[in-house]
Structures are given as C-alpha cells and as structure tokens.
Design a protein around this ligand. Structure first.
Ligand SMILES: [Zn+2]
Length: 537
C-alpha cells in the first residue's frame, strides 16, 4: 500500500535477483536504484526472500519497484499521510457492521448499503426472563449477524484506548458517518454505537447476558433479510448472566466514563453507573462462565476464567474513579498476570489481563502503587525489545512465529503492533514504532501472498471474505475489513482441502467458505485501527 516518508522503506523480492530500481509512476523515471540484500529462507512461509531497502528515498510520490529479470511490483505511495485513508477505511468498517440502523457507505462506496436490520428481539429461555427485548444497536460481530458482549468488550476497549493514546492524531479525521460534525470525535461517535448496545445487555441486578443472536447462524443473506428471531441468551441457569460479559461491561463502562466526559457527560455518567453495578455483580458472582445452552449454535466465546476480565475492570474503574476498593482488588490480584506479559502479544478477547496491567500503569493517579507500575512497565518494555530483535531477524520482517498462525492470525500480527506501541508509550523508542509498522506492512501487502488483507485497500486486496453482507451483495466486498488470515489448524472444510504440506503462513485461501482463514471480525478490526492510528505521521 505504501510507506511513510520517514523511517524504513523495505520491499521483499521472492525470486532470486541482484539489483532493483524504484521507478516513478507516470513517467517511469528511476528515482532510486540499489542491490538486493542476501537471500533469507523463511521457514514459516517456505519462501526465500531478498530485501530491497530504499529508505533513503525521501521524495513523496507514487512508485513501483522494477527488478530486472523478475518484473514490477504493485504501485505504492511514499508520503507523509500514507495511512490516513487506511485508518478512516478501517474505522468506517465498523460503521458498515452497524446493526439496527440503515447503513450506506456512499459516496466513497456507492451501492454498499442496507436498510435497518434486527430491530426486534426477545428473551431466550436461557436468559431467565420472558418477553420482548429489542436491544437495538451494536455491531455485527464478524461474518455473522450475532452480537456478543465479550467480543464487543475488547473491541470497544481497544477503540477507546486508541482515542486515549492517539487522540491528537485522529481527532480531525472525519469518518463521514451520520454523527460526523456533532462535536464529538468520530471514533467516539462510532464506538458509542457499540457501547449503547452493551449497556442494554445489562439486567436490573447489574449482570450482563452473554449475547444476542439467532439460535443458529442465518444463511448468506443481507442483514435486513435475516428474519430469524434475535434472542438474548444466558447461561440457562441462575444467575443466567455471566461474569466475563459483566466484567467486560464494567471495564468499558469505566473507560467510557473518562473519554466521553468532555463530549457527552450524560452518557459518561450512565456508563460509569453501569460499570459500578456490573462490578458489584461480579463480586457476588466471580466465576460464572458461559457455554452455549442446549439448542444454541452461534459463536460461543467460551472462556474458562473471568478473573482476568475482573482485573481489567478493577484497573479501569480505579483509573477512572480513584476509589480505594478498585485499587485494593487490583493490588491483591495483579501479580499472577505479570508473567503473561512475557509472552506477547498476550492479549485477546479471552485474555485481557494485559489490558488491566497496562491501564493501571497508565493511570497516573495518587495512590497508584509505584512498584506495580514499575514491574508492568519493565516487563512490557523487555518483551517488546525481544519482539523488535525477532522482527528484524525475520525474513518477512514480521513478529509472527510459527505458533502464531492460528485462527485470527492477522489479529495476532496486529496485536504485536499494539504491544509494541504500548511499550513505546512506557519508554519511547523509534525501533518499537518501526517494528509495529513492520506488522502493519505485513497486513497491508508485504507477505507471502503479496496481498492486502483489508478489503478494497491497496493495489491487491483480498476479495472473498467470510462475510454475509459481502457474499449476499456479490462483486467487490464491503470495504475496510480485515481478514482473519493464515491458520495452520485449517479448521474449516475449505481450508482442509489445501495441500497438507503447506508451511503455516501459507495456510490461507481467499474463499468465502473458509471461515477459519478468511472471516472478518470486530476484535482484530479494532487492533488494526489501533495500529494504524499509532502509525499516523
Ligand atoms: Zn443487524
């Protein structure tokens, strides 16, 4: 897709060659020429690649690589604002996932629209309640039309952190969504759509039900055509709500109380009140885990422990309120989660311990324990430096290891970026930002497939996401959405047909049916947004 003007500019050539040229689009003038680096064998992909380093090129423009005896690359940009459009497309990807309202991606993407969907709902017997419950709003989670508290939690949390860490860089980027221009930054406008749905999932006793979906996945139809009953689903036995969902609600409610305060004080207060009630519920029920009740086959987001969700909630509530009870809980429980920082990227929807640790270390509140903060910072920075070394040594300049090619591996790559940028917040160092950007390059095209894993972004984007609105529409997919990426576990019938001897980074197929390698999902979408915002110049 492109390279920021400042910093390293490295392309990779997968066919043996000696020299390379960078040529300007339009007049084909040679603006840089050089020798390719030594051939490096990459175990994860099976490729042998050579680096074309043109970091010294500092003239903004549109270019391509010409390699004598090999050919020419896709066109790419070098410039100061190379990620702005990518950031806005990735955030608008959330708008495209909105449930409960008419969505229209025009004028940039005319014809990508749907009328309001999923406007009616009711309680499933597993929720412990009877009757109608609409809960309009939220984001369709992934390729399906379900809405899940746990996944919305990590997603909304990551988006609000994006605002807290990189607000200055993104505050003036309009997303061209219905709320644009209302005085609230657009990333917060978009995130509020997800949060408002989460608040509706809270019961009067403070607990939150796990999800609202149909009982089984719909066919590959447009969202407004999905008429399967949308039901609020609980655990099937008292207390019906679950601890992970409720603790995640407490965590994001506490963040919302901070970030919306200057723009929407009423919403901030509502979110904080919900967070407090949710926290209190988890004190009463610290270990109610969720599994699909009988007759429910939509996504499970099963998590064996909700203690890390509680740690995150306590840390966010402490950071927001400064009240001793939350600090006490955090300090009694945080140490067990420190070793998790040694195994980056460490955080995902089921493991939010690092979120708890990092937000505590960023709290800067009187009464925050300096030893805890020092330990969190030191371990994060140390692990991040190891990632930098590994990324530099990797032939594809990506932080990924063979074991990382799991379901949602592109989210793993993005979360390495998140980890590196958090470390950079603790101890600024350009090498951390560069390594984070290397993972972004991987997602946007510098990979074994020479493929951008964001729909309609870059010169050669993937085309067939496991995504119902895209499949129902036909043609190019809905824009701005990140594929799950290679998955060595080939956990779907389409991926199972790929050759058995493929190395892990190659176990990917751009087909709608391959949900284990090519589904889009809001949690890795949020990590992409964080990474893009962090890399804005
Ligand atoms: Zn919907």
């Amino acid at each position: 897709m492109g390279y920021p003007l400042d910093g390293p500019k490295v392309a990779l050539v997968g066919v043996p060659a000696v020299n390379f040229e960078v040529r300007r689009c339009g007049d084909n003038a040679v603006v840089f020429s050089g020798k390719l680096g030594a051939a490096q064998a990459d175990k994860n992909s099976g490729d042998t690649v050579q680096a074309a380093d043109f970091s010294a090129l500092r003239q903004p423009g549109r270019y391509y690589l010409q390699v004598p005896g090999v050919g020419r690359s896709w066109d790419f940009s070098v410039g100061g604002k190379v990620y702005e459009h990518a950031y806005s497309m990735a955030m608008r990807g959330f708008y495209g996932q909105r449930c409960g309202m008419a969505v229209n991606m025009a004028p940039e993407f005319p014809g990508y629209s749907h009328p309001a969907c999923h406007l009616h709902g009711k309680f499933d017997p597993s929720s412990g309640v009877k009757g109608r419950r609409d809960n309009i709003g939220g984001w369709h989670d992934a390729g399906d039309y379900g809405r899940y508290m746990v996944n919305s939690g990590i997603t909304a949390g990551t988006l609000m952190w994006t605002w807290e860490l990189f607000g200055k860089k993104i505050q003036n980027i309009s997303l061209d969504i219905p709320e644009s221009g209302n005085g609230t930054p657009d990333i917060l406008n978009e995130t509020r759509w997800g949060l408002k749905w989460m608040l509706q999932m809270q019961d009067t006793d403070g607990g939150a039900w796990s999800k609202q979906t149909s009982t089984h996945f719909s066919g590959f139809i447009a969202p407004d055509k999905d008429k399967l009953p949308s039901v609020v689903i609980g655990t099937g036995k008292p207390p019906y709500k679950s601890t992970c969902a409720t603790a995640d609600l407490a965590a994001v409610g506490a963040i919302a109380a901070r970030v919306y305060q200057p723009y929407d004080a009423q919403f901030a207060a509502q979110a904080l009140a919900a967070a407090r009630r949710a926290w209190a519920w988890t004190e009463k029920y610290p270990d109610v885990t969720f599994r699909n009740p009988a007759g429910i086959t939509t996504g499970e987001y099963a998590d064996a422990s909700c203690r890390d969700e509680r740690l995150w909630a306590a840390a966010e509530l402490w950071r927001t309120t400064g009240e001793a009870q939350y600090n006490d809980y955090f300090l009694k429980n945080y140490a067990a989660y420190l070793p998790g920082l040694d195994k980056p990227p460490a955080e995902n929807w089921s493991l939010v311990g690092p979120m708890g640790l990092w937000t505590y270390a960023m709290a800067a509140r009187k009464g925050t324990d300096p030893e805890a903060v020092a330990a969190i910072r030191a371990r994060t920075v140390q692990a991040a430096r190891a990632i930098v070394e590994r990324t530099r040594a990797n032939p594809y300049r990506v932080s990924m290891q063979a074991k990382d090619y799991v379901w949602g591996s592109n989210g793993v790559a993005a979360n390495y970026g998140v980890y590196l940028l958090i470390a950079n917040r603790f101890q600024p160092d350009p090498s951390l930002v560069d390594a984070a950007r290397d993972n972004l390059h991987y997602l946007l095209g510098r990979n074994t497939f020479s493929l951008s894993w964001v729909t309609q972004l870059g010169e050669h984007p993937f085309l067939h996401p496991h995504h119902r609105p895209s499949a129902a529409r036909g043609g190019a997919p809905w824009p701005g959405l990140l594929s799950g990426g290679p998955n060595a576990h080939r956990a779907d019938p389409v991926a199972a047909l790929l050759p058995m001897d493929l190395p892990p980074a190659k176990v990917y197929t751009d087909q709608t049916g391959s949900f284990s390698t090519n589904e889009i999902c809001i949690n890795w979408q949020a990590s992409l947004v964080f990474l893009l915002a962090g890399e804005l110049q």
